[in-house]
Design a protein around this ligand. Structure first.
Ligand SMILES: Cc1ncc(COP(=O)(O)O)c(C=O)c1O
Length: 395
């Protein structure tokens, strides 16, 4: 059986690793080294000139990191992957790679707060403009393309409103206009959504979240559909900007990745139970979840996502004060930004993750003061429901 025919549950455990080359070590060894010694000066010259393949220095390549990268490429069905020291390093690498002064980036209506910040810096320093639009139909996207537009950058589901982008529509329009498509797949993970299969050019992750899954690493991953282009990014922007991952963090990600499929299934089944509970509560106004039949883009969710995942947003009746009091009454569920961990986390986007987005734009994105985001963890759903219930009741 070739590796290509393996299921993804098996890929996350085995892909790319040959224990016989590592003394039979069952797990991938951690190469905690910054550099590699050459057999002689001539070999050093050959490695630098490219006449001989091999390692030089860990900013340019490390065996533990390379295993993570090849496994992620296999999982996302890409042709190459790069690991970074944070999700934002992956975001900035791909945006710097795709744009030059005077270009325009078309974005989904709602993106991660620091990506928003980065686009602001790019606009101020390099006159690279950006715009935010809804992307549920080809017409909406088509209308927004300008001659300067070079790429479409989307998140789906969008953080934290859970609005969806129609990936097929984005890809269709991009192909007609020769634009590159980048998808931040952090919220879904490769297990639930595979944008490269739909036709996107790049997928990126804050690997800090579901890829690692244990809340102990900050990291990023970028996967592309063109091996040569990924190698170009490795040997230019990644090498020269330098936002690489440490070997130890790559090793932790390899470990975390092994349980991604089963974690995503539990995150999803727990989320479904919590939604059923939230629907019974008079204190809850609206619930936003891609696989909820009332979600306006439910059909899009069904078409591009395997399941709804572990993130739920909902609005609480009242405003900021009611939201704050509710959070403060929780005990098992932790108030924390980040998501995708074993622990269930809750946060208030308007005053936390999206507090740097100006109020007008924030409200346009649908991030009101009563919006709460819940990252459902791996605990028993009944214990989570009991915590939510006491926080609603102990007013
Ligand atoms: C959707 C999304 N993209 C990117 C990032 C940035 O990732 P990192 O914090 O690993 O730099 C985050 C972080 O929360 C995120 O939620």
């Amino acid at each position: 059986m070739t590796e290509k025919s393996l299921h993804e549950d098996t890929i996350v455990v085995h892909d790319g690793y040959d224990a016989s080359l590592h003394h039979g070590s069952l797990t991938v060894p951690l190469y905690q080294t910054s550099t590699y010694s050459f057999e002689n000066a001539e070999q050093g010259e050959r490695r630098f000139s490219g006449d001989e393949d091999g390692l030089i220095y860990s900013r340019l390549g490390n065996p533990t990191v390379q295993l993570l990268e090849s496994r992620m490429a296999a999982l996302e069905k890409g042709q190459g992957a790069l690991a970074f020291g944070s999700g934002m390093a992956a975001v900035s690498a791909v945006l710097v790679h795709l744009t030059k002064a005077g270009d325009d980036v078309l974005c989904s209506r709602g993106i991660y707060g620091c990506t928003f910040g980065l686009l602001g810096i790019m606009e101020e320093k390099y006159k690279i403009t950006h715009r935010f639009i809804r992307m549920t139909t080809e017409e909406e996207i088509e209308r927004a393309i300008k001659p300067e537009t070079v790429c479409i950058y989307v998140e789906t589901p969008i953080n934290p409103t859970m609005e969806l982008v129609n990936l097929q529509a984005v890809v269709n329009v991009a192909k007609r206009h020769n634009l590159r498509v980048v998808v931040d797949n952090t919220f879904s993970s490769p297990y639930l959504q595979k944008p490269l299969e739909i036709g996107a050019d790049f997928v990126l992750h804050s690997a800090t979240k579901y890829i690692n899954g244990h809340g102990d690493v900050i990291a990023g991953l970028l996967v592309g559909n063109d091996a040569d282009e990924m190698q170009t990014i490795r040997m230019s922007i990644q090498k020269d900007y330098g936002g690489i991952i440490s070997p130890f963090d790559a090793w932790l990600l390899i470990r975390g990745l092994k349980t991604l499929p089963i974690r995503m299934e539990r995150h999803t089944s727990n989320a479904e139970k919590l939604i059923a509970f939230l629907k019974t509560r008079a204190e809850v106004d609206q619930i936003f979840y891609p696989y909820d039949e009332n979600h306006p883009e439910y059909a899009i969710a069904k078409a591009q996502m395997r399941a709804g995942g572990g993130l739920i947003s909902f609005t609480i009746k009242g405003g900021k004060e009611q939201a704050r009091q509710f959070l403060n009454r929780l005990s098992l569920i932790k108030i924390a930004v980040s998501l995708g961990d074993a622990e269930t986390l809750i946060q208030h986007p308007a005053t936390m993750t999206h507090s740097s987005v100006p109020e007008e734009e924030r409200l346009q994105m649908g991030i009101t003061d009563s919006l709460i985001r819940l990252s459902v963890g791996l605990e028993h759903a009944d214990d989570l429901i009991a915590d939510l219930a006491q926080a609603f009741e102990n007013k």
